[in-house]
Every structure is written in structure tokens, then in C-alpha cells.
Design a protein around this ligand. Sequence first.
Ligand code: F6R
Length: 606
Amino acid sequence: MCGIYGYLGHRNGVKIALDGLKRIEYRGYDSAGLAAITEGKLEYFKEVGKLSELERLVGDLSSPTVIAHTRWATHGRVTRENAHPQLDESKNIAVVFNGIIENYQLLKEKLQQEGVTFVSETDTEVLPHLIARIYDGDFLKAVQQALLLLHGSYACAILHRDHPNEMIVAAHSCPLVIGMAAQETFVSSDPNALVHHTREVIYLSDGEVAKITLEGVEIFDATLAQISKETEQILHSVEETTKGNFEHYTLKEIFEQPQTIRNAMLSRFFEEYGTVAIDGLHISASDLLSIKRFLIVSCGTSFHAGLVAGYMLEDLAGVPTQVEISSEFRYKNPIVQEGTFVIAISQSGETADTIAAVREIKAKGAKILAVCNVQGSTLAREADNTLFLRAGPEIGVCSTKAFTSQLAVLSLFALLMARTKHMSKLEGQNFLHSLQKLPEQVQRVLDLAPQIEKIAKKYSRYDHFFFLGRRYMYPTALEAALKLKEIAYVNANGYPAGEMKHGPIALIDEECPTVALCADKVTFDKLLSNLMEVKARHGKVIAIAHEGAKGLENTVDEVIYVPDTTDELAPILSTVAAQLFAYYVAKERGAEIDRPRNLAKSVTVE
Ligand code: F6R
């Protein structure tokens, strides 16, 4: 979604802010802008398209007080007028803003009746006008009072021409991080963009407003009562936010998976008892035993991880599990009975739909376990317990390493639940041994990259694909199809193989290949019959199957064999092969892999 960057200090903040915007570029944007105070003047620049356009416009401008923005259009088209900063009529106040002002139409009409002229189609523009009307010399108070009039979610940074050494920032249900260094302060919507300058950060919570000056940072609650907040440390390294020798972040992140999966499991095994001990999980055995039902909420790739977890929690732990897409769930009237335990899965911890679903469920009294990658994120802060993925920053817009880490962490939780209930120590130890083998097995899948690339090149001309699987391979098929859709812009339909005959098989012909996810052993024979049905209609089939699978070579056109593991863990290995397939198809088709069109890394609006 949109990205904010701000600087206040003694150096040239323009260069720092432009560099900051480049670091959040991966999140997706369509236009960018910047405002700076120089010699008592508020200067601003905005442009659609690439950041280099904005850089060109800005030239050699120098200022120690700067706010900057990348926009991903929600309200209003992609135009220069709609880019941020948005300004008041006298051009004294500049606002960069993430989020949505739900009541902006009402506020806009009221302001227009009072004679204010709007120049953009954005919801944000109401804010500088409101601040200007309230302002009586006290910048902080004017911002705080204007913010009280907004309904919605936001993170923003604001400058006023008459307060050249001051920046006001605020957040409500959208991330905003303040980075503290000696006599300079950085602001961003993404902590990854701060780590080059400082690791000492403060995350703003809902309704908080901060006043940043050369003397430091003062934080206030929504009523302007001053509060004190502890600084936190960003833990990941600068190297983790670079591409290294890889052509794309996405490829680098696919190849990191042996290590990220190892990290997800590190010091969480309790081998002697065939179970796990998970940091961040403060739930007693009796609390676990009182769980009658799991409810999992998540979106996109995280939803697919939730579906796999649903099978695991029912199969291994015997607990009924409902898996819901957050954006649908938030508009249901959820029935959260006693004994319901909620798992919210989100790589970023900032997905607006998942956070809204969690708030609705929390209000009904249920406890929330977050499965999340980003320390300090809204979800991690609001959940009762958080299992961190420890996957490091995921920069590629399409989620790869976070998915396999989600599966690893969720399988640890399913094992804990199963062992607490009825699974024997020996079965638990066997499961741990299968988990232990995963990093090396993932490496073996990565070693297949040349074979997968060859197959991907051969099939890259097709515009329509089916991805089929059964049981654990059904969510795997959904995830594999999503990867191809989002990075190669190919129409890919993920489907449960058994459903094909109920309609979709009508689409199969020689121009619509099928990728068959075959590594679920319980349903392997059934899947094979479904593939025969595809072949009988001249459909080409590329199978991703476990080593030792029999009867495929005579049925399908291509086979990629991945190492054998338990059905529960097979999605991890098959997904890595599918990620490589999507990557190489995308590369062959010349698609923009790290920042697919129309997408944003973290979906902080509804
Ligand atoms: C797909 C992808 C998205 C995200 C979804 C949820 O590759 O990245 O589908 O999985 O937007 O994001 P998080 O996990 O951050 O809540």
C-alpha cells in the first residue's frame, strides 16, 4: 500500500527521504511526492510513475525537514493532483497519509459549503483543510483536533510552514514507526526502511500523536495527554533487506527457505518428550485441553497456510477447525462459543481485514494467537500470544518464504496440541524427525531449479492453467496457482481435483495445461484417476510428486519429484517446486517479478 518516509535533523533530509522511499518501493506504488521546509518556505513536488521522475523534479533541493510518500491509488485516479503530499489552500500545511478516511465525503461537503476548494479526488485532502481551519498557532493541537474528526484508519506525517523544525506524526490502525538517532529522527510506515540509520524505534499505537523536533520526540494519546513509550530494537540485519547476488528478491527469498525453515524451528523442539516448547506462547496445558474448536482467520497466501493448518489440527489433534478468509469473516456475525481459540495468520501483521476480524472476535471474548513475521506489527501487539516466523524481511511482493515458515510454525503448534491431547511420545518424536529433515529436503528441491526452469520455459506460452490437488495438496494447489497468477499474470485456477468433474473439466483442452500436486499419499490413487480424466480430454499434465510415487510417468507429460515426507509436511516441499515454476514462467514472459502490477505487499486498506 502507500508508504511514508520522514526526516528531521541536521542533514539533507531530501536525499535521505528519497532513499527511504526506494527502500519501501517493493510495497508497490503508482505515484510519489515530497514536501520540505527550506528557508521559511514549504516546497512540494509530486509525480506519477517511477521514483526517478520525482528525483528529477526535486533536483538538488536540500532541507533538514522532509516528509515523503509513495501512493497506491484507492480514492482517486493515478494523477499528479492525487499524489501526496496533499495541501491546504494557502499551501502552508503538507500531509502525507496512509489509510482511508471513511467519512471523507461528509467532511468534504461541509468544507466545500464553507468555501474550501478541493483540487484532488483523494480522501486525504480533507485533512490539511481541516487542520488549516482549526489552526490558531498551536500546530500539534490543530492536528490532534482534526484527527478526532476522522473515521477510518491512518498513519500520517505533517509539516507546517510556520513550524520549520517540527513534524507531527500520528497513527490509528495503520503502522508508523519512529526511528531515533543522535539529534535526528526518522519516520516510516515500514521498519525495514529505517534499519540503515537506526535500530532504536518506537511504534505508534492507535490514536497516538507524536511531535518531532530537534530536541527529540514527545508522544501523546488521542486526548493530547503526554505518554512515555519504551523504544524497541529492530532485530534483523541490513543484509536481510538487500538482493545479494540474486536477480530478484523473490528468487533470493525462495532460495533462503532451507535457512528460514530452520529458523522457524530453532530451539523450539523438546525431543525427549516428542513435543515442542514455543517461545511467545504462554498457554498452559490445561488451557490447551480446554480448546473445543479452532477458528483461523487470514488472507491470500496466509489463508492457504490456514487451510493446511486446518487439516493438521483436525488430523493430528482431533479438534474441529474452521478456516475463514478475513475479508468475508469480518462481515459475518461470528459465533464465538466458549472454548473457541483463534489463530490469526499474517506475514506483515498489518493486513486490515485480518486485524478487523481479530478485533471483532476479541470483542466477543476469545483469545488470539498471532502467527506473524513482523515484530512490532499491529497484529503482534494486539494478539494475546504471537508465534514469530523469524523468516527475516520478505521484500518480494509475492509471499514465498513466509508461507513455508507459516507451515513450519503451524505444524509445531499442531504437534503441541496433539501431544497435549492424545498423541504418543513416539509418534511425536517421529513427527519431529520429519520436521528436522525439512531444511535439507527443501535444499534438494532447490537443486531441481534447472529442471523446473526447463519445464517452465516449455509451458510459459500458455495463458490458462489448472492447479489440482486433494487433501493437503488442495491448499497447496491454491497457493501454487496464486503464485503463477500474481507474478506471471497467467490465469491459474486452483481447484480440488475431485471437483473437476462437477463443472471445470469443461475448460480442459490441449491449450489449458494442468499442474497436478500429487504428494498427498492418502489421496494419491484418487488424484491419479482425476488426471486420467484430464488426459482423456487432451490436457497436458505437469506433476509435482513425492519420490517413490508410482504410475505417473505413463500418465502425465512431465514429473518433478520432490523428497518424500509426511502428508502434513508435503505442502512445504511441493510449494517450493511450484514457486520455482511460477518464477521461471514469469521470467520467461518478462513480467515484473518483485513488484507485480496492481499489487501491494501489505494491504492496509479494506
Ligand atoms: C500472495 C500474497 C498475499 C498475502 C496477503 C496477506 O503472495 O503475498 O496474498 O499473503 O495479502 O498478507 P499478510 O500475510 O501480510 O496478512
